[in-house]
Design a protein around this ligand. Structure first.
Ligand SMILES: Nc1ncnc2c1ncn2[C@@H]1O[C@H](COP(=O)(O)OP(=O)(O)O)[C@@H](O)[C@H]1O
Ligand SMILES: [Mg+2]
Length: 256
């Protein structure tokens, strides 16, 4: 059964993460709520990317990386070895800072993602491609060029294609690591609007070093500092009435 709006979607319990011997995340505990946007902020190197990557277990590409603690999704610890990573990644999609289209056509990018999930029926594939491209506002721009190489798109369009590719498999949660960092202001505001629309369907986590972006877009904000979670609360309180002095200093630009 799906969680309701505002209910806890991901429950992070005493999560620590080690790059071999280096402990990059220290005992984080937080609840991430359904159909809301959570910003993860903090100075460079504080562990934002590391945290995001725990949620779809990308860290496992390196055998010396290690988790401690739990991340519960529907009561199941997704860090547990018995959880199927391919299925997990279709439930929890991820978009990176630099657009990462596959070296194939626009439609090929989405069809490939669908094929991993076992969807290959031609009509369904075409329907899903159209639906996903419409959702990210690309359909009108590129409907007549679906066979074009994805790298021929602008950076902003590539990022929207990558988001469409992730959405096509209907994830429940989407992770964005500084998704507008490499983009111009117009493409940035298109992506921001898109994420805002998407939250009625999904739970969204976004890493950003842009304080205005966090304040503008997110319902909740988590502030990390040197691998620790200093404060996680409604965005409004983090920015106007933070509990911790460190949070206040960071959001008012005294360091970072
Ligand atoms: N692959 C890695 N191996 C070892 N240490 C890493 C690796 N990636 C990141 N780190 C370290 O982990 C800490 C957190 O990094 P990161 O999560 O990338 O920070 P942020 O995204 O907040 O800038 C930093 O001290 C960084 O140097
Ligand atoms: Mg980072």
């Amino acid at each position: 059964m799906k969680n309701q709006v505002g209910e806890v979607d991901l429950e992070v319990k005493n999560l620590s993460f080690y790059y071999h011997k280096f402990r990059a995340l220290k005992n984080l505990t937080m609840n991430i709520k359904r159909n809301r946007i959570l910003s993860i902020i903090g100075p460079s190197g504080c562990g934002k990317t590391t945290l995001l990557r725990c949620f779809n277990r990308i860290h496992e590409l390196h055998p010396k990386n290690r988790y401690e603690g739990e991340v519960l999704l529907d009561g199941v610890n997704i860090l547990d070895r018995s959880v199927d990573v391919v299925r997990l990644r279709s439930r929890i999609g991820m978009v990176f800072q630099k657009p990462t289209p596959f070296p194939m056509s626009i439609q090929g990018n989405i069809a490939y993602a669908l094929s991993i999930k076992g969807i290959s029926n031609k009509t369904e594939v075409n329907d899903r491609i159209e639906k996903a491209l419409k959702k990210v506002g690309l359909w009108n721009e590129i409907a007549h060029r679906l066979k074009m190489d994805a790298f021929e798109l602008s950076d902003g369009q590539q990022q929207r294609l990558v988001i469409a590719r992730a959405l096509a498999v209907e994830p429940e949660i989407m992770l964005f690591d500084e998704p507008t960092n490499a983009l111009d202001p117009l493409s940035t505001s298109k992506i921001e609007e898109l994420l805002f629309e998407l939250k009625s369907e999904l739970t969204i986590l976004i890493v950003t070093h842009n304080m205005q972006q966090a304040a503008r877009m997110s319902d909740d904000t988590a502030f990390l500092y040197m691998g620790e979670l200093v404060e996680c609360n409604e965005t409004n309180s983090i920015f106007t009435n933070p509990i911790n002095k460190l949070t206040e200093d960071y959001v008012t630009g005294r360091f970072g």
